[in-house]
Design a protein around this ligand. Structure first.
Ligand SMILES: *Cc1c(COP(=O)(O)O)cnc(C)c1O
Length: 404
């Protein structure tokens, strides 16, 4: 209890002590894993769909043609980006909705075939809490463990499959430690056993290449605001022939499976953002990796620091997760914030209490270390100068925390 009260209090004190917030002068945004700024080209492309081409794409008038065409073109761009057909793409309100639909939709449609679902212990809450809800409805969920790097073992998945398994849902890449899962291999196992395979690719899309055909993926979630598109728009890819419950009941939009007037600007923005990302995905990934590795190398020179998560080959290019032993991550986060550096704690704050991250815990990391861990996630706007500033600021803050 003491800690619950203590942390916000410290924050208020620190804020009071620095009236001149430095945001105007310096902002180093290292929280791309939480959301990204919209690309200006994306913004330019979607702007007319708010006030010039505002016709309802489902209307029959010629005025609606422009919005209809825009949605068609976005579908085309997305289909190209992940190697699927246009009519396998369904627009949703984002990653959370796509995950909900994929899991509930398959569960409810395939009750006659079985009631068993396999997922992992490190999924996003959008998947974990959907699975918990299904448990209340009588479904059986197996949460396969991960190794100390945050990666699932294919053998565990094979062993977890039973006669009544109807769905395997495993994230493409983890949001906290960036671990990339053996998606193609998992998909292959599912194909052999005739089990539907869904992947939450919200962290991966736009950042590492995705090919649903080659990777044996049946369903895939993505969200535009994680790759420089607008918030509140995502897709669920559903391979043709898959039987899934409709998710939002209403009009005939999205072939009646997800009704409601299409979010034309959002859809246009998602398509444009994904196309832009894919046009230089390797170059941008290499640039980000270089900066991330530099940040990692310099932070590791600070005594008592260690990396959480996998080696860099099996890690998202922009992700770094560090344990600062003996230092409260929340305090560090707030001190960085005051210097204009925005990172994120590995632990989720819920109702004022700080719980150790379920992801780090699943990797076998002690609660103590969890509470000393921070995530730095890099993206397009980060320069080498930002990294240098972050390193020197970190060294300064940690030095002062350790001497007081
Ligand atoms: C952000 C995120 C989501 C949720 O996506 P929203 O569009 O914000 O609802 C789901 N899964 C992962 C892995 C994420 O990083």
């Amino acid at each position: 209890m003491a800690q619950i009260l203590f942390v916000p209090y410290i924050f208020i004190l620190l804020r009071k002590g620095s009236d001149k917030m430095k945001y105007d002068k310096k902002l180093v945004y290292l929280d791309y894993g939480a959301s990204t700024p919209m690309n200006k080209e994306v913004f330019k492309e979607i702007e007319p769909y708010f006030y010039t081409f505002y016709g309802n794409p489902s209307s029959v008038s010629s005025f609606s043609e422009r919005s209809k065409m825009a949605i068609f073109n976005a579908r085309e761009r997305i289909a190209k980006a992940i190697n699927c057909q246009r009519n396998e793409i369904y627009f949703t309100s984002g990653g959370t909705e796509s995950d909900n639909w994929a899991i509930k939709g398959i569960a409810l449609k395939n009750r006659d075939k079985g009631n068993h679902i396999i997922t992992t212990s490190i999924e996003h809450p959008a998947v974990l809490n959907t699975c918990k809800y299904l448990e209340e409805l009588g479904f059986k969920i197996t949460y396969v463990p991960v190794d100390k790097y945050g990666i699932v073992n294919l053998e565990y998945i094979k062993n977890a499959i039973t006669e009544s398994t109807i769905l395997v849902s495993i994230m493409f890449a983890n949001n906290e430690v960036g671990s990339i899962q053996p998606i193609k291999e998992i998909g292959e196992v599912c194909r052999q056993k005739n089990i539907i395979f869904h992947t939450d690719a919200v962290q991966a899309a736009g950042h590492i290449p995705i090919d649903v055909e080659k990777m044996n993926i049946d369903m895939l979630s993505m969200s535009a605001h994680k790759f420089y598109g607008p918030k509140g728009i995502g897709i669920l890819y559903i391979k043709r022939g898959i039987k899934i419950d409709n998710f939002v009941h209403g009009g005939h939009q999205e072939r009646g499976r997800r009704a409601g007037t299409e979010n034309t600007p959002g859809i246009v923005g998602l398509g444009k953002a994904l196309e832009l990302c894919n046009s230089n995905i390797i170059e941008e990934s290499n640039r980000t990796k270089y900066l991330r590795d530099k940040l990692a190398k310099e932070i590791l020179e600070i005594p008592g620091t260690e990396i959480n998560g996998p080696d860099y080959e099996r890690r998202l290019p922009g992700n770094l997760n560090i344990c600062f032993n003996g230092i409260d991550a929340e305090i560090l986060l707030m001190s960085l914030d005051l210097k204009g550096i925005c990172a994120s704690a590995g632990s989720a704050c819920s109702a004022g209490s700080i719980r150790p991250s379920h992801v780090l815990s699943a990797m076998g990391i002690s609660p103590e270390k969890c509470k000393s861990s921070l995530r730095f996630s890099l993206g397009e706007g980060i320069s080498e100068e930002d990294i240098d500033y972050t390193i020197s600021t970190l060294k300064e803050i940690i030095g002062s925390i350790r001497t007081t």
